[in-house]
Ligand binder design. Structure first.
Ligand SMILES: Nc1ncnc2c1ncn2[C@@H]1O[C@H](COP(=O)(O)OP(=O)(O)OP(=O)(O)O)[C@@H](O)[C@H]1O
Length: 226
């Protein structure tokens, strides 16, 4: 379980462009099943995902991972927690276009902690799982949209995360690729990983696999159901 306790996030606190992106959020997110975060543009969804995934820290309040406060860990430890717990799929995938599919999948593991051979095997298993064996050495810039999507998913899984976090993962996909991605996310949940999605897309939000829905408006939680 990931618990947010009275979390706020203020950007540019001492400037005229100060933004209160999150205002007193208290929330429990299970470490299994698919959870969805909905809300209009600017309501704070991406900010919340960043706090949950340890990519940013709250301005006030606490983030707890299975009872352990992670929001105030020194950077080095927070990085370890992030790498051991979360995999990220970004809206436009954020792949490095000039690197190969395999190199992109390996990126979250740098600097290389284990032996390189073992990690390369792990990357190749994931590429095989998603039908990309033939593309392992191809530069991402030459891959199709669907192939890039699957590289992004493989990259999110390379550290065997307990939770996969995806911010608007279908925003730039047609409905066929969106459905394919939903199938993959469903499989991840079925194999015991938690999936946390921020989305506007009804295809995602209304999907029967979604177990928990949270809704933000103006940085506040307006509704949470199970
Ligand atoms: N790094 C930042 N610096 C300053 N303001 C920011 C920053 N990131 C987000 N904001 C502001 O915080 C508010 C919430 O943004 P956030 O991206 O969390 O919303 P969102 O619900 O994910 O929006 P969208 O659906 O459009 O992606 C917005 O007003 C945004 O402009």
């Amino acid at each position: 379980m990931i618990r947010l306790e009275n979390v706020t996030k203020v950007y540019n606190p001492r400037r005229p462009d100060r933004v209160e992106a999150l205002r007193g959020i208290t929330l429990d997110i299970p470490l299994h099943g698919v959870s969805v975060l909905q809300g209009p543009s600017g309501s704070g969804k991406s900010s919340l995902l960043s706090l949950v995934g340890g990519m940013a820290r709250p301005t006030s309040g606490r983030v707890l991972l299975e009872g352990r406060e992670v929001s105030r860990l020194p950077e080095r430890f927070l990085t370890d927690v992030r790498r051991q717990t979360f995999g990220f799929i970004f809206q436009q995938f954020h792949l490095v276009r000039e690197l190969s599919a395999r190199e992109n999948v390996l990126l979250p593991l740098y600097p290389l902690a284990e032996g390189f051979a073992a990690m390369r095997r792990r990357a190749d298993e994931l590429l095989a799982r998603f039908g990309l064996t033939d593309k392992a050495q191809h530069k991402v810039r030459w891959l199709s949209g669907g192939e890039q999507q699957r590289v992004a998913v493989a990259r999110a899984l390379v550290n065997r995360p307990r939770m996969v976090i995806a911010d608007e993962p279908t925003a730039h996909l047609d409905s066929r690729l969106s459905r394919e991605l939903l199938g993959i996310l469903h499989d991840l949940a079925a194999e015991g990983r938690a999936v946390l999605l921020a989305t506007h897309d009804p295809l995602v939000a209304d999907h029967p696999m979604v177990e928990n829905r949270f809704r933000l408006r103006d940085g506040r939680l307006v509704e949470a159901d199970g």
